[in-house]
Design a protein around this ligand. Sequence first.
Ligand SMILES: [Zn+2]
Length: 134
Amino acid sequence: MAKRSKFIAIWLNKCPRCREGDMFETGSFSFSKPFEMLQGCEKCGQTYYPEPGFYFGSMFISYIITSFFSLAVVGFAMLVLDWSVEAAFGVLIGILAICYVWFFRLARSVWINVTIKYDPEAIDKNMGKGFDNS
Ligand SMILES: [Zn+2]
């Protein structure tokens, strides 16, 4: 099976070590458990909480991603579409309200991928024993 690239793994919220297991139980646009993260990877056994307060740093990633996204949306609406400031920010607030959980998960995914290294043999090394999230 072809291995996922780091970018795709981050985009799909996959485990940073094996790029196969999910980091979240539900989809990004699901209303049930939007912020609940699994404790570890069900495929390779990698824990998603290496230390207490680990995801504090993802706040800064979230800030950077949201800032540049907001700048791009408002810039596009005002400079290309020639919208008013109020209309541009209205649309931005709407988009952010809908995609908030997705941005939150993306930031966490980027953060854990920065710290945990990819291991193509992670699942084989672990002999199929994944993390027990129950
Ligand atoms: Zn894994």
